[in-house]
Design a protein around this ligand. Structure first.
Ligand code: NAD
Ligand code: ZN
Length: 353
């Protein structure tokens, strides 16, 4: 679990004060990885105070994190500084948060990041890392994974060293998020809840967080009788609780299929989940019905026909990626999941997207 967290509008102002005691020496910088959507945004950037060798790196999130990108960043950081950094601070959405987690792990662990994709392969603690989400939904701020696309698969580095040492939850930072993206990333949280609450891995710990996050999603996306500020606060807490829920259970069919889309077509996680979830009535009838209602309430159009031109070998790639995520299927369908999740079944679902 994340060991320290602060919450509150304006709490981002405390960042420098919070990390100062973690500075190892003047040659060991803090590295800020910041979504380049904030380039030129003085409201946010002016509140980051750089000292000594500290470095701010703007990162494009046009593509989701890759193992090669992590390795390049780590090399660049090592080559540019005398000492190993004091800490890594990620400021952005799930993409940046995952990059910050992966970079902090790879600064202390040898070899390439692709070798750590999987469960509990990280042996050495990461360097101090801080997460500051600027969009809510993924739960990446709280989870014990960092999802990376590698040469062979899209899979997380799941380990006890992955979670942030410190998270700053300042809902005010989410005020500029465009509406479609707000919905897609918010639905990631909603889908985490549905998959966790309907999964066979569910336990009392996951259930309590999942139910809270689910209720918050209904307040935000169905009821909606709140001020903008209240909606931002609620969605940030929904994301946290949704992430906590899957941390102790697992996601399911939507995420497995969405990873296939992401791997082959580069479809981003939030919108990818929405594209998939729209066709999963068979697995999550109530969850999908409410999703369709939310979509209508907010007038969101989900991209259609993204698989219509694909060839057989491309369907096979997506199916291989999806079926490779065994824990997700076992959570969704139980130990005998292979009887239901056949290649033909997956192909027929992908064909509808
Ligand atoms: P994202 O980080 O790619 O951000 C989505 C878009 O919103 C980007 O264009 C970004 O620039 C913009 N944005 C972010 N904050 C903004 C702000 N305050 N104002 C204006 N624009 C803003 O998307 P995401 O949905 O947050 O994250 C997706 C990533 O998270 C994927 O890589 C996925 O694999 C990962 N993920 C990780 C976990 C985990 O547990 N580690 C869980 C779910 C998803
Ligand atoms: Zn997700």
């Amino acid at each position: 679990m994340v060991s320290r967290v602060v919450f509150g509008r304006g709490s981002f102002n405390q960042l420098s004060e919070i990390i100062a005691p973690k500075r190892l020496n003047v040659n060991a910088p803090f590295i800020y990885l910041v979504d380049d959507v904030f380039k030129g945004n003085t409201w946010l950037i002016s509140r980051i105070s750089l000292a000594y060798d500290d470095q701010l790196i703007f990162i494009s999130v046009d593509e989701e994190p890759k193992t090669s990108q992590v390795d390049e960043l780590v090399e660049q950081i090592i080559l540019s500084h005398i000492d190993r950094p004091s800490g890594v601070i990620g400021i952005g959405g799930g993409t940046i948060l995952d990059l910050a987690k992966a970079v902090s792990i790879m600064l202390t662990n040898p070899g390439e990041s692709k070798n750590y994709q999987g469960w509990d392969l990280v042996k050495t603690p990461a360097i101090y890392h801080v997460g500051v989400p600027t969009i809510s939904g993924t739960g990446a701020e709280v989870s014990r994974t960092t999802v990376l696309t590698g040469p062979e698969r899209k899979l997380g580095i799941n380990s006890d060293y992955t979670p942030f040492d410190q998270v700053i939850l300042d809902p005010e930072l989410t005020k500029g998020v465009p509406k479609d993206q707000w919905f897609y990333t918010g639905m990631d949280c909603y889908i985490h809840c549905v998959e966790s609450l309907n999964g066979t891995f569910l336990n009392a710990f996951s259930k309590s967080y999942g139910e809270k996050a689910y209720d918050l999603c209904v307040e935000i996306f169905v009821d909606g009788n709140y001020t903008q500020e209240e909606m931002q606060d609620k969605l940030m807490m929904a994301s946290w609780h949704g992430g906590m829920s899957i941390a102790y259970s697992q996601v399911g069919v939507a995420h497995a299929l969405s990873y296939g889309l992401g791997y082959l077509l580069g479809t981003k996680h939030g919108v990818g989940n929405c594209i998939v979830f729209d066709h999963l009535e068979e697995f999550y009838p109530e969850g999908v019905a409410l999703f369709k209602k939310m979509k209508d309430i907010h007038g969101i159009k989900i991209p259609q026909g993204i698989c219509s031109q694909l060839e057989d070998y491309q369907f096979d790639i997506m199916i291989d990626v999806a079926l490779g995520l065994e824990p997700l299927w076992e959570n969704a369908l139980g130990k005998n999941w292979k009887q239901t999740a056949t290649r033909e079944k997956l192909r027929s679902i992908y064909a509808k997207m």
